[in-house]
Write a protein that binds this ligand. Structure first.
Ligand SMILES: [Zn+2]
Ligand SMILES: [Zn+2]
Length: 214
């Protein structure tokens, strides 16, 4: 395997976005000429482009913010489509998931994953922590909620503010947490369509994994 560096900013022209793995990228990675931008904001973006909520690299704005910021779970397909114009979201929606992450989700079932998601959302983004923000959600590490949080921009308070218009310093309300958990669950159901409502035994889960994913 050829080793390459993480693309902290721009992906070189000769590398296809669909060949990127989660370890190749960070939140701020872009490939603007192929339509992959980054909307999470830094002070320097405003200085550079003179306005908020434009791509920090090229200054374009392709997002219907008014519609996305309604935070309407029934319009989540539109939101997900818009989110996929950022590389990090695109990669997390399409990257193959580790077997362990799928297996764990199958074993927990929807109810179990939902409980886990609620706990992780509360711990990681319930309150703003300036020291940890941007680093509190691991990139994969065998937990489906980690994938889901990056895919849905509920990974840190910076992404949550850009995409879901929730001010960084405010503590999340129960309704906001519920919204984040629902986005996570939409991702889980999309990526692991065989997940059932209730939990499964190890054997049952392994059987599904072997039949459907290998
Ligand atoms: Zn751009
Ligand atoms: Zn984030």
């Amino acid at each position: 395997m050829n080793k390459r560096k993480k693309f902290l900013r721009v992906v070189p022209e000769d590398i296809n976005v669909d060949d990127l793995k989660i370890e190749d990228i960070v939140c701020g990675t872009t490939k603007c000429e192929d339509g992959f931008h980054c909307y999470s904001q830094k002070k320097s973006t405003i200085r550079k482009h003179g306005k908020e909520r434009v791509c920090r690299e090229c200054g374009v704005d392709l997002i219907d913010w008014e519609r996305v910021h309604k935070n309407d779970i029934n319009d989540s397909n539109f939101t997900f489509q818009q989110l996929e114009t950022e590389i990090i979201r695109h990669v997390f929606w399409h990257t193959p998931m580790e077997n362990e992450a799928i297996l764990d989700a199958l074993k927990k079932g929807k109810a179990g994953v939902r409980t886990h998601a609620h706990k992780l959302i509360t711990q990681r983004i319930g309150k703003y922590n300036s020291f940890m923000d941007g680093r509190q959600t691991p990139m994969g590490e065998e937990i489906i909620v980690n994938y889901a949080q990056h895919a849905t921009a509920t990974c840190c308070r910076k992404c949550l503010e850009a995409w879901h218009n929730i001010p960084m310093e405010e503590n999340l309300t129960d309704a906001q947490k519920e919204f984040c958990v629902s986005l996570v669950m939409k991702y889980v159901e999309e990526r692991v369509p065989q997940i059932s409502d209730e939990s499964l035994s190890e054997d049952e889960a392994v059987k599904i994994l072997e039949n459907e994913y290998n």
